[in-house]
Design a protein. Structure first.
Length: 289
């Protein structure tokens, strides 16, 4: 009986040793595959390899779009990254001045410049330079419009800024105009009394003086030169008959001017005959009227 008890005790001891090691740990249980050491990863929105320190994930493995780096100063712009030595600014209007509020870059790209001085990057003539050197010359007369400056010489810009009318080539400081006094008040100035006035200073023309072109009065003492005056009317359709609504008296000096340049024809004083349709050369007195 004593031997049986001893044998049972030995079996219990062997059984216990099979379950528990000497160290007290359970070596028969495998490691849990779901346990790991988590790391912090940082969102890389712009894909430049540098992460946003303010947008993180704690994972066992690196998620897509995330990196271990957290040093990106602007994670919305791949052209901005740690270690930038200079910034470059987009120059949309290509005037050499960059947009402080526009896109920036750490590297010099096409369309970028190394300053952010532009006040309006949508208008090449507006910059921050204090003394613009160039001015728009719309009428190509060599004189620039002072109200449209530029700090860089763009196409159509000149260094002059003295044009008084940049839409008219004949109105600039380089043109002098001659005005003559109309003594007989027939509307045509003579050359007896003339003044020369700068085209940009026509406000200084004296009263009673008119610009002299090719219709200079040949006798400014007599509004009807030589006592002869001509009755003339405009012949728009060229059939030889004048429109009655355009009839006027002209002096001998002005006869050729009206006849040649304004398409007027002489009307018979004693027997005036007018066109009934001055827009149709086939319709005139004796043919259709």
């Amino acid at each position: 009986m004593e031997k049986v008890l001893k044998f049972g005790c030995v079996l219990m001891m062997v059984s216990t040793l099979a379950v528990t090691s000497c160290s007290g740990s359970d070596d028969s249980v495998p490691d849990n595959p779901n346990t790991c050491t988590k790391e912090t990863f940082y969102l890389d929105s712009d894909g430049d390899g540098f992460g946003d320190p303010n947008s993180t994930k704690s994972e066992c493995t690196q998620p897509n779009g995330y990196v271990k780096d957290k040093t990106d100063p602007d994670d919305g712009n791949a052209l901005i990254f740690p270690g930038c030595e200079a910034k470059y600014f987009v120059d949309n209007d290509e005037d050499g001045f960059g947009d402080a509020n526009g896109a920036t870059s750490c590297v010099l790209l096409d369309g970028y410049v190394d300053n952010d001085d532009d006040l309006d990057d949508g208008n090449a003539s507006i910059t921050t330079c204090t003394e613009p050197m160039y001015f728009l010359d719309s009428d190509n007369d060599g004189y620039g419009d002072p109200s449209v400056p530029s700090c860089t010489q763009l196409e159509g810009y000149v260094m002059d800024n003295s044009d008084c009318n940049d839409q008219e080539q004949n109105m600039n400081p380089g043109i002098m105009l001659i005005y003559g006094r109309d003594f007989d008040e027939d509307g045509f100035p003579g050359d007896v009394d003339t003044v020369e006035v700068n085209a940009c200073d026509i406000e200084s023309v004296p009263n009673g003086y008119y610009l002299i072109w090719e219709n200079l009065d040949c006798d400014d003492q007599d509004s009807y030169f030589g006592g002869v005056q001509f009755l003339m009317g405009k012949d728009a359709d060229g059939d030889g008959y004048a429109d009655q609504t355009t009839v006027l008296y002209v002096s001998e000096c002005d006869f050729q001017y009206y006849y040649n340049d304004l398409q007027y024809v002489e009307v018979d004083y004693n027997n005036p005959i007018f066109d009934c349709n001055d827009n149709d050369a086939e319709v005139y007195p004796g043919s259709g009227c």
